[in-house]
Design a protein around this ligand. Structure first.
Ligand code: SAM
Ligand code: SF4
Ligand code: FES
Length: 348
């Protein structure tokens, strides 16, 4: 069959073109299982059994953007807003480091309350704790990214969201895909390890677009790709849209692994939200990273990007042992390193 022929091409490590990717994205049932199995083998061969944990601290749920998909959008007036104080952030970071996290991700809405200097000071302070720092704070100018890099930030996570420029512009009012990719290029130029990614199942997205998403990740030569299902949020314009599926998201993760053997791929929290074993399934279809929440429990419920997010009632210490248990149950091991990009030649 055309599926078997294309899978054979993938197994022979031949380059997959857009048509090939579409064939593999159309796999179902048995075929999809074969695809996952191959991706799992590629992960094992290139990266072994190590799973990297990244602790996410959700700094603020204020956002000046109005993305149609996101519960933090400025138009959501029903959401109570919070920002962690400088002290709270440092305490949270210390606790996460004590739990053994070797990478902390500082994420938030685009909140002008925090100046570029504030973030600089914060990163400087956290870097004293002997961890890798990833920032995920949206779009900023070159000089801001430069300043944050000088503070010691190692990585930046800024997903391209969708490779379809029209869909992108529709879903992110006032924003352009080109600007997003410009940010990504700057970040690479500044020596950050780059995290990108996309949502799966956005309304208006096609198989063609999903294949483009994969090709764009490859073209941008990303170090990490966060691929998760779109989950409709009731207080957004996409409230009545369909949710992305487990199957399609897993196929995207698997193909990302197959075409980019050394990239870091998280088993996303969103996947764990739409299916109780979503993260485990992703870890067996190419993923090698998990990003547990380490935010203070009293704020977790307010960082409601999408509804029913897992772990909102759990303490950091609970998530840490929960996820370690899941990783071990799969015969894998929790990495004790910072888990820098195996692609990079950067030594720190
Ligand atoms: N504000 C920054 C940004 O947009 O890059 C970082 C925080 S933003 C909440 C992090 C990610 O959440 C986005 O890159 C997007 O992919 C994801 N996201 C937002 N709304 C979502 C939804 N309804 N379902 C799944 N993922 C969503
Ligand atoms: Fe803001 Fe990011 Fe949500 Fe868009 S996805 S509304 S930029 S937090
Ligand atoms: Fe939070 Fe399992 S990772 S409860």
């Amino acid at each position: 069959s055309i599926f078997i022929d294309t899978l054979a091409k993938a197994q022979a490590q031949e380059e997959l073109n857009k048509d090939d990717l579409k064939v593999l994205l159309s796999a179902d049932g048995e075929e999809a299982s074969l695809l996952f199995k191959h991706a799992d083998a590629v992960r094992e061969k290139y990266l072994g059994k190590e799973v990297h944990l990244r602790g996410i601290i959700e700094l603020t749920n204020y956002c000046k953007q109005n993305c149609h998909y996101c519960g933090l959008r400025r138009g959501n007036e029903q959401l109570s807003r919070y920002r962690l104080t400088y002290r709270e952030i440092l305490t949270t970071a210390e606790q996460a480091v004590a739990l053994g996290y070797k990478t902390l991700v500082l994420q938030g809405g685009e909140d002008s309350y925090f100046s570029a200097r504030d973030i600089y000071e914060l990163v400087k302070e956290i870097k004293k704790m002997d961890v890798a720092v990833t920032l995920s704070l949206g779009e900023h100018d070159f000089d801001t990214y430069k300043l944050w890099r000088e503070a010691g930030s190692d990585r930046y996570l800024i997903k391209h969201e969708t490779a379809d420029p029209h869909l992108y512009e529709h879903l992110r009012p006032g924003k352009r895909l080109k600007q997003r990719l410009q940010c990504q290029s700057w970040l690479k130029e500044l020596g950050y390890e780059l995290g990108s990614g996309c949502m799966v199942g956005l309304p208006g997205q096609t198989l063609d677009t999903l294949a483009e998403d994969l090709l764009l990740l490859k073209k941008m030569d990303v170090d990490m790709a966060g691929i998760g299902p779109f989950i409709p949020h009731p207080q957004t314009p996409l409230a009545s849209a369909q949710q992305g599926t487990l199957e399609m998201t897993l196929k995207m993760v698997a193909l990302a692994r197959i075409i980019m053997p050394l990239v870091h791929l998280p088993a996303t929290t969103a996947l764990g939200t739409i299916h109780p074993e979503g993260r485990e399934k992703a870890l067996q279809a190419g993923a090698n990273v998990v990003m547990p929440n380490v935010s203070p429990s009293e704020y977790r419920a307010l960082y409601q990007i999408y509804p029913n997010k897992i772990c909102i009632r759990d303490e950091p210490v609970h998530c840490r042992s929960c996820i370690t248990g899941k990783i071990k149950a799969l015969g894998r091991v929790v990495s004790t390193t910072r888990g820098h990009s195996p692609k990079g030649g950067i030594t720190r």
